[in-house]
Design a protein around this ligand. Sequence first.
Ligand SMILES: O=C[C@H](O)COP(=O)(O)O
Length: 231
Amino acid sequence: MTANPTPKSLAGLIDHTVLKPDTDEATVRRVIAEAAEHRFAAVCINPKWVSLTADALTGTEVKTCTVVGFPLGATTTAQKVHETQVAVTAGADEIDMVVDMADANAGSEDAVRRQISAIAAAAHEGGALLKVILETTLLAEEAKTLVCRAAEAAGADFVKTSTGFAGGGATVADIRLMHREVGGRLGIKASGGVRTYEDAIALVKAGATRIGASSSLDIVGAENSSTGESY
Ligand SMILES: O=C[C@H](O)COP(=O)(O)O
């Protein structure tokens, strides 16, 4: 039997996240310093902080991740493409976009794929990865499968469960579904409500290859942790 990874060794899988609307510069700078210290995969911040974050992370391995169409997903393709272009120009390495949930639940696979495709092109043109947020708690089961299929066909790099803003979040059942659909070909990011090492391990065992969390310090057992403080 393989031993579980240690809490510290999970750091490289975690996007250290602070997406609260009233997050200030001091908080962003603290989160950046924490990410550099613990060697998290990325710092995930709102678009206005991309430039500051990318500058501050220069010379580290930590990536700058931001969000597009966040948190509702209900903006047009042109708007999402523009946000993506602005973000990559400002230094974003990774783009987490929210899918159009109405189209997904309506079964409009072509529309979902076309939108993801346009954003993937803008992200890749700027040298960034694209993660597609399903917002699983608001999608019917068939719609989750549809978005996974569309994300892969559109050339996205990851599928991701949740924004953390819709109530509910990553579940083992949804990660299993995503793993079944795209595992081994696309990355799978579990996010929303991941608070503890035990939560994270259960999701990784189900197929998650990245964790998005505001409770990252608690997950890795950092001495300076304080549950949910950065969110
Ligand atoms: O994208 C990630 C989520 O916003 C993080 O949600 P959380 O605060 O529940 O960890």
